[in-house]
Design a binder for this molecule. Structure first.
Ligand code: ZN
Length: 122
């Protein structure tokens, strides 16, 4: 992620390590929320998802890639896996092992967190 990257909505920069970027979604899901090359922070991602009637986001929406596993065991995968069926978790992980996806060092941005307002019901 280049140093100049920032959230397309709130303009905050991702080099501020407090800011978590949105999870990476499958292209067709992402297309409902943002342009292909746009980056969003987690907060703005959930706001847009709500406006686009794309909530709740589930594990099936997540691209099985390394990006969604950064900060394990507090990764986007872990957060969404909690409310997924075991079979869905296995399917995601099986696919993830074949998908390289972006390989991003853990210290480049904040830990993924679902904003309180959008916490999943367990
Ligand atoms: Zn934002």
């Amino acid at each position: 992620m280049p140093e100049t990257y920032q959230c397309a909505e709130c303009q905050r920069p991702f080099r501020d390590k407090q800011l978590a970027p949105a999870p990476m979604l499958h292209d067709d899901r992402w297309a409902k929320l943002a342009e292909k090359n746009e980056w969003l922070c987690a907060e703005c991602f959930f706001e847009r998802a709500d406006r686009a009637h794309c909530l709740p986001v589930t594990l099936a929406d997540l691209m099985p890639c390394n990006f969604n596993r950064v900060h394990e065991p507090h990764s986007w995968y872990d957060l969404f896996a909690k409310s997924a069926e075991p079979s869905a978790r296995e399917a995601w992980l099986a696919e993830a092992s074949f998908s390289l996806g972006p390989d991003i060092p853990e210290d480049i941005y904040g830990k993924p967190e679902i904003p309180q307002k959008w916490k999943l019901a367990h």
